[in-house]
Design a protein. Structure first.
Length: 232
C-alpha cells in the first residue's frame, strides 16, 4: 500500500491518509485492478482493506485512514464490515478513524444497493466519501440519493482551473451545492498554488495532490512547512 496525505488547509494539518494499492513492482492502482477478474473483486476488496489497516497501524498512523471500496464488489454491509473491524481490532487501529470512499469512476450496477451500504456505514459512525466526483457515471444523481461526509472533486475539474472560467463556474456550483447539503468538499489532484488558491476562495478546506505530497510506498509522507509558506 501507498499513502497520500489529505490536508486541512484551515488548520494546516494532515486530516487523513488515503490508502492506494500498488503492485509488487510498484505498479499503480489502475494496473493492479485491471488484472482482477470480476469473480475476484470481493476478495480483492477485502484483502486491500485489511492490508491498508495493518500497514497503517504498523506505520503508527494517527490520522484518519481513507479506504476505497469497489461498489460492485460489496454485498451485505454487515458481512463485509466484519472483517474490516476484526482487522482494526487485531492491529489496535481505531476503527472510528476509517473513511470509506466509493469511486464514481466505476459504473455502479445497482445504485440502491450501494446507497444501502453507504447508509449502513454512516449509521455505524464511519465517515463516507464520493471519490472522483464530476468525472464518472452517476454524477449528481448519486449525490441526490445519499449525502456523504466528503465529496472529492475529480482532478479533471481542477486541472488549470485558475485559467479556465468554465471549470471555475462548474466547480463553484458543485461546491455551493455540497455545502448546502452539509458535505465537505475536497480538491483532489491539486498540483499548483494557483489551483489551490481558486478552490480556497470557493470555501474548499480539504486538499490532496502533488502540491502537498506524492503517495509514499509503505510510508506516511509529511507536508513540508515550505509548502504552506508558499501558499500564504
Amino acid at each position: 500500500m501507498a499513502f497520500q496525505p489529505i490536508v486541512d488547509a484551515s488548520t494546516r494539518t494532515v486530516y487523513a491518509y488515503e490508502a492506494l494499492v500498488r503492485g509488487s513492482n510498484g505498479e499503480g492502482a489502475g494496473a493492479v485492478i485491471a488484472r482482477v477478474r470480476p469473480e475476484q473483486l470481493y476478495r480483492f476488496d477485502q484483502t486491500c482493506r485489511v492490508k491498508a489497516i495493518s500497514t497503517a497501524a504498523a506505520l503508527g498512523m494517527q490520522a484518519r485512514l481513507s479506504i476505497n471500496f469497489a461498489p460492485n464488489a460489496v454485498y451485505e454491509p454487515a458481512t463485509c464490515i466484519r472483517l474490516t473491524l476484526a482487522a482494526a481490532e487485531r492491529c489496535n487501529f481505531d476503527a472510528r478513524m476509517l473513511i470509506f470512499e466509493v469511486t464514481e469512476s466505476e459504473r455502479i450496477t445497482d445504485i440502491p444497493r450501494v446507497v444501502r451500504i453507504i447508509k449502513d456505514y454512516q449509521g455505524r459512525g464511519f465517515l463516507t466519501a464520493i471519490d472522483d466526483f464530476g468525472a464518472g457515471y452517476a454524477g449528481l444523481n448519486l449525490l441526490a440519493e445519499f449525502q456523504p461526509d466528503i465529496v472529492k472533486l475529480d482532478m479533471a475539474l481542477i486541472r488549470n482551473i485558475d485559467q479556465d472560467p468554465v471549470r471555475r463556474a462548474i466547480t463553484s456550483g458543485i461546491v455551493a451545492t455540497c455545502h448546502q447539503l452539509g458535505c465537505e468538499v475536497l480538491g483532489e489532484g491539486v498540483e499548483t498554488a494557483a489551483e489551490y488558491r481558486v478552490l480556497r476562495d470557493m470555501g474548499v478546506n480539504l486538499f490532496q495532490g502533488y502540491l502537498f505530497a506524492k503517495p509514499g510506498l509503505e510510508t506516511l509522507p509529511a507536508v513540508s512547512t515550505e509548502v504552506w509558506d508558499l501558499l500564504e
